[in-house]
Design a binder for this molecule. Structure first.
Ligand code: PEP
Length: 246
């Protein structure tokens, strides 16, 4: 079977400024990616500030509500009027610092799909869960929240990102074998519902990916790209990660 097209997404988190938008655009202007989809996810205030055909734009979050008296929130219909194609949802930082539950995240995935945008749906375990031997059950619950709310067909239109929390921002990348083991589990779990959906869904790895680790990770059979945090703030490093997928 044909391998799924690699996707590399950069998550700026609450970092960056107008100068970084300029230097990112200049660095990408000299590239022409054919075999990799590139996505940049800046803070919400910068979603309209890019004028760059070489990558797509993603938001880092969206409200589960449609509109109204919810100070500080941004709705999916607002995002859909901007040049935004993707929305990160369920990032471990949102789960941990903003108390987002599996159910809330499933609701956000529903809203994003309803508006025709593509969720980048993040799951992943803490070190404690991995060490307690509950890894696969924990990830299955995170996946099942979306399956229960929307159905397995949601996975025909979204991208999964496996991000072990112990590897995020720590410099401690999962080995390619560790990533492959979990990505294979995710695909098998989805295949239990629908084999076609499972074979088509792109599963990204996230957790301290850099230009040195990218190609070994991306060459694993079930790793279809990366969600990149810290290294996505360095234009040359980020381009080199994307080149590892070309
Ligand atoms: C992330 O937060 O999505 C991430 C993977 O961060 P980092 O690459 O910095 O570990």
């Amino acid at each position: 079977p044909q391998k799924r097209k690699i996707l590399v997404a950069g998550n700026w988190k609450m970092n960056g400024n107008l100068a970084l938008i300029d230097s990112m655009s200049q660095t990408f202007a000299t590239q022409d990616f054919k075999h990799v989809d590139v996505v940049v996810c800046p803070p919400a205030v910068y979603l309209s500030s890019f004028n760059e055909p070489d990558f797509a734009i993603g938001a880092q979050n969206v409200s589960h509500l449609d509109g109204g008296a919810y100070t500080g929130e941004v709705s999916i219909s607002m995002l859909s009027e901007l040049p935004v194609k993707y929305v990160i949802v369920g990032h471990s930082e949102r789960r941990e610092y903003f108390n987002e539950s599996n159910e809330l995240i499933a609701e956000k995935v529903y809203k994003i799909l309803e508006c025709g945008l593509t969720p980048i749906f993040c799951i992943g375990e803490s070190e404690q869960i991995r060490e307690s031997g509950k890894l696969f059950g924990f990830l299955a619950e995170q996946l099942d929240a979306v399956i229960n709310r929307i159905g397995i067909q949601a996975f025909n239109q979204l991208i999964v990102a496996y991000e072990p929390i112990w590897a995020i921002g720590t410099g401690k990348t999962a080995t390619p074998e560790q990533a492959q083991e979990v990505h294979h589990f995710i695909r098998e779990h989805l295949a239990g519902h629908d084999a076609n959906t499972a074979s088509g869904v792109r599963i990204l790895y996230g957790g301290s990916v850099n230009a040195a680790s990218a190609s070994a990770l991306f060459s694993q059979p079930d790793v279809d790209g990366g969600l990149v945090g810290g290294a996505s703030l360095k234009p040359t490093e980020f381009v080199n990660i994307c080149l590892a997928a070309e």
